[in-house]
Design a protein around this ligand. Structure first.
Ligand SMILES: *[C@@H]1O[C@H](CO)[C@@H](O)[C@H](O)[C@H]1NC(C)=O
Ligand SMILES: *[C@@H]1O[C@H](CO)[C@@H](O)[C@H](O)[C@H]1NC(C)=O
Ligand SMILES: *[C@@H]1O[C@H](CO)[C@@H](O)[C@H](O)[C@H]1NC(C)=O
Ligand SMILES: *[C@@H]1O[C@H](CO)[C@@H](O)[C@H](O)[C@H]1NC(C)=O
Ligand SMILES: [Zn+2]
Length: 532
C-alpha cells in the first residue's frame, strides 16, 4: 500500500486540478448523453409507478438488517460491486431496485438512540416501547417482570397466523434474540434468553424466558431457523456439534428439552423436522415438511466470512428453504428474515464483517425476489437502527471500500482509512499518537477501524434508517415516518390484523382492497352522523 501511496496522492492532486481523473472515470461517463439517457430511462420508469399496485398482498416478507443504517447500505453497495469487479459506486443492490423508499424514525419511547428490542416491538407489533423490552408496550419497565401482565402487544406474525397464513422466522442470530423475539414473545427483558439468564425474582413472579415462549406458545410457527441451540437444552447438556466447548452446553434450569416440547406440540398427521446442520437441511424433501426447526449453532450463527459451508447454511439458503415451505399455504405467508450480525460486526468495529453480512442479506433479498411475484408479495427491507459507522475522506472513484483516503491527515501527517467509527474498540494510540494504519493490515477480515472514542463495544447511531418496499401497497411506505407505522402498512396490504374495513367487501385474498379514500370518506360520514 505504501508503495503506491505517493502515486495515488499525485493522481488525486492531478484530478483535483484538472477537474476529472482521466485514469479513473469510465469513458462512457464522459459523455453527457450517458447521464441524460440514464436519467430519462429512470424517469420513464418512475412515471409508470403512477399505476399503483393495490392488490392484496397474499405474502409479506420483511427483511431486517440489524444495524443497517444508510451509510452501511451505501458501503455494502460499493463492496458488492467491487466483489463483482466493478468500481462499486454505481452498482445496484437488490434493495436499491425497490421502487418505494421511506425514512423511519427509530427512537424508543425512553431512548433517543434505540436498541434492537424496542425497535423490533415497533416494526413488528406496531407500538413503540422502551429499550430492552420485546412484545410489550411502554408501560413495561425493563427487567421488571411484574410490570408485564396486561401490557403485552401482538405482532404481525400473530396477525398473519390468525388469518390462516403460514409464518416463518429466519435469522443469523439466536432465534430468541431481540429481533425475532418481538414476533412471538412478551418479555420485560430481551436478555432473558432462557431461565438461566433470568433473575430469581422474575422467575418467582412467573415470567417465562424467551426460548420457552417460542416453543410453548401460540402462534405456532411453521419455520424457525437460526442459532440458539444451547437455550433449548438442560443446563450442562453437551452440544451435538461442539462437544468440548463448555460455553456451548445447555443452559436451561427447568430441565426441559425444548426441541421435544416443540415436536410434541405438532399434530400427529404433520411432518415436523428438527435439523442442526446444513447437510440435514439440504437433504430435506420440502414437499414433505410442514414444520421446520433449524438450530445451526449453540448461540449466534458464524459470520458469513467465517462460515463453514458444509456445516452451516447461508442466510440465502435458509431463506430459499423457508419460502419453499411457507408458500405451500394457499392463504399465503408472513416471513421475517433478519440479517442479524451486521450489528455485531459494527459493535466489534469490524466493518468488513458487518458489510459482508449486509451483502449476504442483499443476496437473500434477490433470491426471495425470484421465488415470489410482485403481484401478490409485499417485500419490505429496513433496519432497526443505525451505527456510528461512516466512510469518507475524498476517496477517488473505485477506491477499495476498505482502503485509505488518498491524502494523509494535514494535522498528524498519517494516513487514515476511509471507514471510521465515532466510537468503539478500534481507538488506537501508539506511543502517544494515533496509530499509523499503513503499518497494519487494514484490509483484514477482522481489522477494527479507528474510532474517535475508546469503547469496548461500538454503539448504535440515532439517525433515521431507510425502508425499501415493493409489491402490493408498497407506495404507502413513503416520506419520513415513525418506525411503528411499518407493520400497519404490511397488515393493511395483506388484509390482516384488526383494521380490515377496506377488505370487508372482499373476504377472500386476491381481490383489491377498497381505495383508502373511500374508507376515509366512510369514516368521515360515520363521524358526522354521530355528531348530528
Ligand atoms: C414489582 O417488583 C419490584 C422489584 O422488581 C418491586 O420493587 C415492586 O414493589 C413490585 N411491584 C408490585 C406492584 O408488586
Ligand atoms: C457438566 O458436564 C461435563 C461433561 O459431561 C461433566 O464433566 C461435568 O461434571 C458436568 N458439570 C456439572 C456441574 O454437572
Ligand atoms: C464451500 O467453500 C469451498 C471453499 O471456499 C468452495 O470451493 C465450495 O464450492 C463451497 N461449497 C458450497 C456448497 O458453497
Ligand atoms: C506510516 O507508515 C508508513 C509505512 O511504514 C511509512 O512509510 C510512513 O512514513 C509512516 N508515516 C508516519 C507519519 O509515520
Ligand atoms: Zn446492536
Amino acid at each position: 500500500m505504501s508503495r503506491s501511496f505517493g502515486s495515488t496522492m499525485f493522481l488525486l492532486l492531478l484530478c483535483l486540478m484538472a477537474g476529472t481523473c482521466l485514469s479513473i472515470v469510465p469513458e462512457k461517463e464522459k459523455n453527457p448523453w450517458y447521464w441524460r439517457e440514464q436519467a430519462q430511462r429512470t424517469l420513464q420508469h418512475s412515471l409508470k409507478l403512477q399505476n399503483l399496485n393495490t392488490n392484496v398482498a397474499r405474502n409479506v416478507i420483511l427483511f431486517l438488517g440489524d444495524g443497517m443504517g444508510v451509510s452501511t447500505v451505501t458501503a455494502a453497495r460499493i463492496l458488492k460491486g467491487q466483489l463483482h469487479h466493478k468500481l462499486g459506486e454505481d452498482f445496484q443492490l437488490e434493495m436499491d431496485k425497490f421502487p418505494f423508499v421511506a425514512l423511519s424514525k427509530t427512537y424508543n419511547t425512553n431512548a433517543q438512540v434505540p436498541d434492537s428490542a424496542g425497535t423490533a416491538t415497533a416494526y413488528l407489533c406496531g407500538v413503540k416501547s422502551n429499550e430492552g423490552t420485546v412484545g410489550v408496550s411502554a408501560a413495561v419497565t425493563r427487567s421488571q417482570c411484574n410490570t408485564t401482565k396486561g401490557n403485552e402487544v401482538t405482532s404481525i406474525l400473530r396477525w398473519a397466523k390468525d388469518a390462516g397464513k403460514s409464518v416463518g422466522i429466519v435469522t443469523t442470530t439466536r432465534v430468541n434474540h431481540a429481533t425475532p423475539s418481538a414476533a412471538y414473545a412478551h418479555s420485560a427483558d430481551r436478555d432473558w434468553y432462557s431461565d438461566n439468564e433470568m433473575p430469581p425474582e422474575a422467575l418467582n413472579q412467573g415470567c417465562k424466558d424467551i426460548a420457552y415462549q417460542l416453543m410453548h406458545n401460540i402462534p405456532d410457527i411453521e419455520v424457525i431457523m437460526g442459532g440458539g441451540r444451547k437455550y433449548m437444552f438442560p443446563k450442562n447438556t453437551t452440544d451435538v456439534e461442539y462437544g468440548d466447548d463448555p460455553k456451548a452446553r445447555g443452559t436451561r434450569l427447568d430441565g426441559q428439552v425444548l426441541i421435544d416440547v416443540w415436536k410434541g406440540k405438532k399434530p400427529r398427521n404433520k411432518n415436523a423436522h428438527y435439523v442442526w446442520n446444513r447437510m440435514q437441511l439440504m437433504n430435506l424433501d420440502l414437499n414433505n415438511v410442514d414444520y421446520l426447526l433449524g438450530l445451526f449453532e449453540p448461540s449466534d450463527m458464524v459470520y458469513e466470512l467465517n462460515r463453514n459451508n458444509k456445516t452451516d447454511p447461508s442466510l440465502s439458503e435458509m431463506v430459499e428453504v423457508a419460502i419453499k415451505i411457507l408458500r405451500k399455504n394457499p392463504k399465503g405467508f408472513f416471513l421475517l428474515v433478519e440479517g442479524g450480525r451486521i450489528d455485531h460486526g459494527h459493535h466489534e468495529g469490524k466493518a468488513k464483517q458487518a458489510l459482508h453480512e449486509a451483502v449476504e442479506m442483499d443476496r437473500a433479498i434477490g433470491l426471495a425476489g425470484t421465488l415470489t411475484s410482485l403481484e401478490d408479495t409485499l417485500t419490505v427491507v429496513t433496519a432497526d437502527h443505525s451505527h456510528v459507522f461512516t466512510f469518507g475522506g475524498y476517496t477517488p472513484r473505485g477506491n477499495s471500500i476498505f482502503g485509505l483516503a488518498p491524502v494523509v491527515s494535514d494535522t498528524d501527517n498519517k494516513p487514515y482509512t476511509s471507514i471510521l467509527y465515532g466510537n468503539g474498540p478500534g481507538y488506537k494510540v501508539v506511543a502517544g499518537q494515533r496509530e499509523n494504519v499503513s503499518t497494519v493490515d487494514y484490509a483484514h477480515d477482522n481489522y477494527q477501524a479507528q474510532s474517535a472514542v475508546p469503547l469496548s463495544y461500538e454503539t448504535h447511531g440515532g439517525e433515521d434508517v431507510a425502508v425499501f418496499a415493493k409489491g402490493p401497497m408498497a407506495h404507502l411506505l413513503h416520506g419520513v415516518q415513525e418506525q411503528n407505522y411499518i407493520p400497519h402498512v404490511m397488515a393493511y396490504a395483506s388484509c390482516i390484523g384488526s383494521i380490515m374495513d377496506h377488505c370487508q367487501s372482499h373476504p377472500s385474498a386476491g381481490l383489491a382492497p377498497q381505495p383508502a379514500l373511500f374508507s376515509g370518506l366512510l369514516t368521515l360520514l360515520l363521524l358526522l352522523s354521530l355528531l348530528f
